[in-house]
Design a binder for this molecule. Structure first.
Ligand code: HEM
Ligand SMILES: *[C@@H]1O[C@H](CO)[C@@H](O)[C@H](O)[C@H]1NC(C)=O
Ligand SMILES: *[C@@H]1O[C@H](CO)[C@@H](O)[C@H](O)[C@H]1NC(C)=O
Length: 322
């Protein structure tokens, strides 16, 4: 006799109701809870409740020695998410035994992306407190938010629960936005990630802090300056996260051409320029949009549930092939 036929009709109804309820709830969680990407800001609340405090403490210590660190860390999250999704792929070093070719040497990152030692310090502290729990991809997302907050910018609930990838993607890392891209190309690169003009204008607002090498700036380097000579991206308040960046654009004084094109390009007036003016006239408006766009960027193709792994060391995949 089949087991199901031994269930009373009342029990069968209860079972069907339960199944329907679970399906309905999972649908609600999918749409409203955390994010559509399947992440949740309470992800480590029970498995590693000190996660945020630990990340914050390490960044605090690091920025005492190097005021640029918060800027460098948010940029790592951006470059991670744009290459193969927010999967920590940017953090992997070259490793011939695992077949890993690092993204750190593509033009957008070579001698430019920095802060990797701080990520290592955060990972070490987290592994001590909660071994094997917090992913490197989530460390970058949390570090980005905490960095902005520490520099005077907005705070937001960071959706968490990303897992770490086991491969890199050199092709997409090679295609990171370049300071010499036209507005149209920048828009296209952002659109490919599900990010619109408002996201583009808001996220470039991260150039309100940090440095650039003179070789990438509109004015290029002056005679006698090495190509790697650093200039402040925000010449007025270099280490503060504020909306000063948009005033600088309005004055035509952006360091990067890719910043200025949001006002100067022929198609800017119909697309990005009004948003630049909006954010320059309201820091509150900028902060609100920046937080929303950061969450959108952090949702780019994360690995969740059974996909990927929680790396023990952000520079290496856990399993070796040999
Ligand atoms: C629109 C496309 C973008 C382009 C073309 C671009 C380009 C650049 C370039 C050329 C630099 C200087 C790198 C160097 O000199 O080594 C830089 C620095 C920086 N970028 Fe962007 N960027 C873009 C978008 C973003 C986004 C979306 C974020 C974050 C949300 C961001 C955050 C930063 C920060 C904070 C720095 C300073 C980093 C440091 O001081 O270490 N950028 N960017
Ligand atoms: C990275 O930069 C260094 C120093 O400029 C250079 O020697 C090296 O060839 C670059 N690597 C790649 C892969 O371009
Ligand atoms: C900046 O100046 C250097 C040295 O003169 C030159 O080789 C390089 O092409 C210039 N870069 C840009 C973007 O104009």
């Amino acid at each position: 006799m089949a087991r199901s036929s031994s269930l009373s009709s009342a029990a069968r109804r209860r079972l069907m109701l339960t199944v329907a309820l679970v399906l309905a709830l999972s649908h609600v969680a999918h749409v409203h809870g955390g994010s559509r990407a399947g992440l949740s800001s309470s992800f480590y609340d029970s498995s590693c409740p000190s996660t945020r405090d630990i990340v914050r403490r390490v960044i605090q210590d690091a920025r005492v020695a190097d005021a640029r660190i918060p800027a460098s860390l948010i940029r790592l999250h951006f470059h991670d998410c744009f290459a193969n999704g927010c999967d920590g792929s940017l953090l992997l070093d070259d490793d011939i035994f695992s077949g890993i070719r690092t993204e750190k040497k593509v033009p957008g990152n070579n001698r430019s992306a920095r802060g990797f030692n701080v990520v290592d310090d955060i990972k070490r502290a987290l592994e001590k407190a909660c071994p094997g729990i917090v992913s490197c991809a989530d460390i970058l997302a949390l570090a980005a938010e905490i960095s902005v907050e520490l520099a005077g910018g907005p705070s937001w609930s960071v959706p968490l629960g990303r897992r770490d990838g086991t491969k890199t993607n050199i092709e997409s890392a090679n295609d990171l936005p370049s300071p010499f891209d036209s507005l149209e190309i920048l828009q296209e690169k952002f659109r490919n990630m599900g990010l619109d003009d408002t996201d583009l204008v808001a996220l470039q607002g991260a150039h309100t802090f940090g440095r650039a090498q003179c070789q990438f700036t509109q004015r290029n380097c002056t005679a006698g300056q090495g190509r790697g000579t650093l200039v402040n991206l925000d010449v007025v308040t270099p280490d503060v996260f504020d909306n000063e960046y948009y005033d600088i654009l309005l004055q035509g004084l952006a360091q990067l051409r890719s910043d200025q094109v949001m006002l100067s390009d022929p198609i800017a007036e119909a697309t990005t320029a009004p948003i630049v003016r909006r954010f320059s006239s309201s820091q509150k408006d900028f902060f609100k949009n920046f937080a929303a766009s950061m969450i959108k960027m952090g949702n780019i193709r994360p690995l969740t549930r059974k996909d990927g792994e929680i790396r023990k060391n952000c520079r290496r995949v856990n399993k070796k092939l040999y």
